[in-house]
Design a protein around this ligand. Structure first.
Ligand SMILES: Cc1cc2nc3c(=O)[nH]c(=O)nc-3n(C[C@H](O)[C@H](O)[C@H](O)COP(=O)(O)OP(=O)(O)OC[C@H]3O[C@@H](n4cnc5c(N)ncnc54)[C@H](O)[C@@H]3O)c2cc1C
Length: 389
């Protein structure tokens, strides 16, 4: 059995991104094993994200836009992105491209097997699968298991971003191909955050997705009913053909995710806390983590890198999660004020945790204060109660 330098547990977004960046670097002669329980041969997800810088995958973008629309009952505005872009990458295009790239590198092995156990022994890492045991020097784990997280609901917030989307085709030309709708709050809020977004492919084809930030999942029927209601009552569509379905759930937790849980193991992707708690966006954060890991391996031979201090943003995430959890139906108003009173570029920087303190101040000044003051008071009380227990 070969001795691996790196074992990557989970060959999804984070595992494949890391393998790709390793293979494209001076580490390409390292022996790498990627283990996943299944081959990625369907379009199981679509990544969209805003960005300024080029990514490794720009040539694969399915669509890219230079403006976005925000809508609620009384506000409907198109925001020009200027030097930013909103891009869409289909999962299947990403998987196929990376599989092809990795196939050119004889040092990278892929194994389709279920991981049963993983850990460290005698300064080596091991992964036990239903196909056998594998050993290596470093382990990069992206197998997130929600039930394995020791949750502390008295201290942290645990929300879920859950959604159902349909790629639909209609007879009428009703979509504006160069302008996606990022938020449309014209749907019942029911004390949680509910909105729709539309990513148009042409005048008569688009991905329309119904999204909830809330505490619990619903039955399939529920999402279908709400999505149908939006298409028929709000977009006034009489008939449409469903070509593809996207369904998913992303954790929105302020529970700290450990990146370096033990000396030779690194947690990557969702397991490594790469999904931003208040937005669920993860794709670019995963690319950045892969870049940091490769840089650290090249410079020091070890994957440990200095994690940027996001403490003020962790606090903002906690406040926002508190409002999302307890006052979800206020989010439409808060977001409306934020979009009305700030350039979209500032909002993107703020949501990306890369804004200046001045940007933070302008954003905070522009939104209703009361929910935030309540959230500050409640989270302080919550934490002090936990600390005195
Ligand atoms: C439907 C959907 C849409 C999303 N859209 C966006 C978006 O638009 N923008 C954005 O920024 N983020 C988005 N996200 C969030 C995030 O980008 C993705 O979830 C991303 O795929 C996370 O990467 P990951 O590698 O951590 O997890 P995954 O991509 O899920 O990879 C984990 C891999 O581990 C494997 N695995 C797990 N357990 C085992 C086991 N025991 N044995 C073997 N293999 C195992 C799985 O098969 C999987 O392939 C979306 C998420 C979902 C679910």
């Amino acid at each position: 059995m070969p001795k691996y330098d790196y074992i990557i547990a989970g060959g999804g977004c984070a595992g494949l991104s890391l393998a790709y960046q390793i293979s494209r670097s001076k580490l390409r002669n390292k022996k790498v094993l990627i283990i996943d329980k299944s081959v990625k041969n369907t379009n199981d997800r679509t990544w969209s994200f805003w960005h300024q810088e080029a990514t490794h995958f720009d040539h694969l973008f399915y669509r890219q836009w230079q403006q976005i629309r925000f809508i609620n009952q009384e506000y409907n505005e198109v925001h020009e992105l200027k030097d930013w872009r909103y891009s869409m990458l289909r999962g299947i295009d990403f998987y196929e491209y990376i599989y092809e790239e990795l196939a050119q590198n004889p040092n990278i092995d892929k194994l389709y097997a279920t991981i049963e156990e993983l850990g460290e022994e005698d300064e080596r890492v091991f992964v036990q699968t239903n196909e056998g045991r594998y050993e290596g020097d470093w382990l990069f784990n992206s197998c997130f298991k929600d039930e394995a997280l020791a949750k502390e609901p008295a201290r942290y917030h645990y929300l879920l971003q859950h959604f159902l989307g349909w790629v639909i085709e209609v007879e009428e030309d009703i979509f504006t191909p160069d302008c996606p709708t990022m938020f449309d709050f014209r749907t019942q809020q029911a004390e949680e955050v509910r909105f729709l977004y539309t990513l148009p492919f042409s005048k008569n084809k688009a991905l329309v997705e119904y999204t909830i930030f809330g505490r619990e999942l619903y039955t399939q029927d529920f999402y279908e009913k709400e999505l149908k209601q939006y298409l028929e009552a709000v977009l006034k569509l009489k008939s449409y053909k469903i070509h593809e379905v996207e369904k998913g759930c992303i954790p929105m937790y302020d529970h700290p995710f450990e990146t370096f849980p033990s000396p030779r193991t690194v947690h990557i992707g969702t397991l490594g806390g790469r999904a931003k708690p208040s937005t669920g966006y993860a794709f670019l954060r995963i690319q950045e983590q892969s870049r940091q890991l490769v840089k650290a391996l090249l410079e020091t031979g070890k994957p440990q890198y200095t994690i940027q201090d996001y403490s003020r943003y962790q606090y903002y995430d906690t406040l926002l999660l508190n409002i999302l959890r307890d006052k979800g139906d206020r989010i439409s108003d808060i977001f409306t004020e934020m979009f009305k009173n700030n350039p979209i570029q500032r909002i993107f920087r703020f949501l990306d945790a890369s804004a200046s303190p001045y940007d933070d101040f302008r954003i905070m000044w522009s939104v209703p204060w009361q929910p935030f003051l309540e959230a500050i008071w409640k989270t302080r009380k919550q934490r002090s109660r936990v600390e005195t227990q």
